[in-house]
Write a protein that binds this ligand. Structure first.
Ligand code: NAD
Length: 343
């Protein structure tokens, strides 16, 4: 049975557990760690700093007390090294596995590197968890597992052909989760994130996501490029709601199946053109001095899914997920952060 997020937070405050967050120096992982430390939990962060930053681990501690900060232990190590995983899971109560190379284009250029982090790393972690007697693992899957399935909204049991090696790594993680659940009596919750956004999402590098790239360009007075006609849609979910989904998944008392995948989204389909206007308006409210030009349209990017939105009734009914932030709320919070933190 599910409980509300406020009850989960109450029970966190009532007793301390030990959590392993892989990929904790990354965007989503750093928000998970921040929330856990704010609720007086002990946290181990395992990250190889390949796409994450030590500065994220500093930033998340800014509003914490000294005793809360002391509850964080950081291991810089690679999930693809089994011994690293064995050490990381020692005496752990809960695992929130976020560590992965999250880029679709990178996986197309270098599938072996993506496989090493995302598949070997995940298998190592699952095996280490099994050997340590950990009952449940919550792990990041992705909306990419829907591939070329065109029906909307996406429902968990209806997936299509995979369109990238990255999508394959996430689908294989789900396959391993199912196999481990049945072979070893463990529980696995795969959270299929749709397009997550919020503070600390990296605006730099060739594989950055659309919202941070655009906000940075607008802040710097540079052009914003839209791939295609801008009518491509996505289901954007604010990072605090992804934190909520992870903690509900860790806390739910029973599952319909020992290995279960859930969409994590808010079911609000928004086009890139709408997104552009929302971000521009939000930025101009706090930075009226900015001069933000209309977007520049360029070719569609091959392999991009045209329309995407999720049915999130399963995560709502079975985990008690209730997204708190609309896209507009999230954009206000994100642009505020980028405007204060862009270098
Ligand atoms: P991120 O790149 O900011 O964080 C991933 C973290 O994992 C980084 O800190 C990186 O250094 C670490 N990492 C990568 N390979 C590792 C390895 N072999 N060993 C140890 N650490 C390793 O990305 P994010 O957006 O925070 O994504 C977190 C998870 O969510 C990933 O599994 C990603 O695939 C998944 N996901 C993200 C989104 C999104 O919109 N951001 C959507 C769907 C799924």
């Amino acid at each position: 049975m599910s409980i509300s997020f406020s009850k989960v937070n109450e029970s966190l405050r009532a007793s301390s557990c030990r959590w392993l967050v892989t990929g904790g120096a990354g965007f989503i992982g750093s928000h998970l760690i921040e929330h856990l430390l704010q609720h007086d939990q002990d946290v181990i962060c395992l990250d190889n700093l390949s796409t994450g930053y030590a500065s994220n681990l500093d930033a998340l501690q800014v509003n914490l007390s000294t005793s809360q900060k002391e509850r964080l232990k950081v291991t810089v190590g690679d999930l693809a090294d089994y011994d690293v995983c064995i050490s990381a899971v020692k005496n752990v109560d809960y695992i929130l596995h976020q560590g992965a190379l999250g880029s679709v284009p990178l996986s197309i250029e270098d599938p072996i590197t993506s496989h090493r982090s995302n598949v070997t790393g995940t298998l190592n972690l699952f095996a280490a968890a099994k050997n340590a007697g950990i009952k449940r693992v919550v792990y990041a899957s992705s909306s990419s597992v829907y591939g070329d399935e065109t029906s909307l909204p996406k429902i968990e049991d209806k997936t299509g052909n995979l369109l990238s090696p990255y999508a394959a790594t996430k689908a294989i993680s789900e396959v391993y989760a199912n196999a481990f659940a049945h072979s070893y009596g463990m529980e696995f919750i795969g959270l299929r994130y749709f397009n997550v956004f919020g503070p600390r999402q990296d605006p730099d590098g060739p594989y950055a996501a659309v919202i941070p790239i655009w906000v940075k360009a607008m802040l710097q007075g540079k052009p914003v490029f839209i791939n295609g006609d801008g009518e491509t849609t996505r289901d954007f979910v604010y990072v605090a709601d992804v934190v909520q989904a992870n903690l509900l998944a860790a806390s739910v008392s029973s599952l319909a199946e020992p290995s279960r995948a859930f969409n994590v989204a808010i079911g609000d389909q928004i086009s890139l053109n709408q997104l552009f206007h929302q971000i521009r308006s939000a930025l101009l409210r706090i930075r009226p001095d900015l001069n933000i030009a209309d977007p520049v349209y360029q070719d569609f990017r091959s392999g991009d899914v045209r329309y995407s939105t999720a049915d999130f009734s399963r995560v709502r009914e079975e985990l008690g997920f209730e997204p708190i932030h609309s896209v507009a709320d999230g954009i206000d919070l994100a642009v505020q952060w980028y405007s204060e933190n862009s270098g």
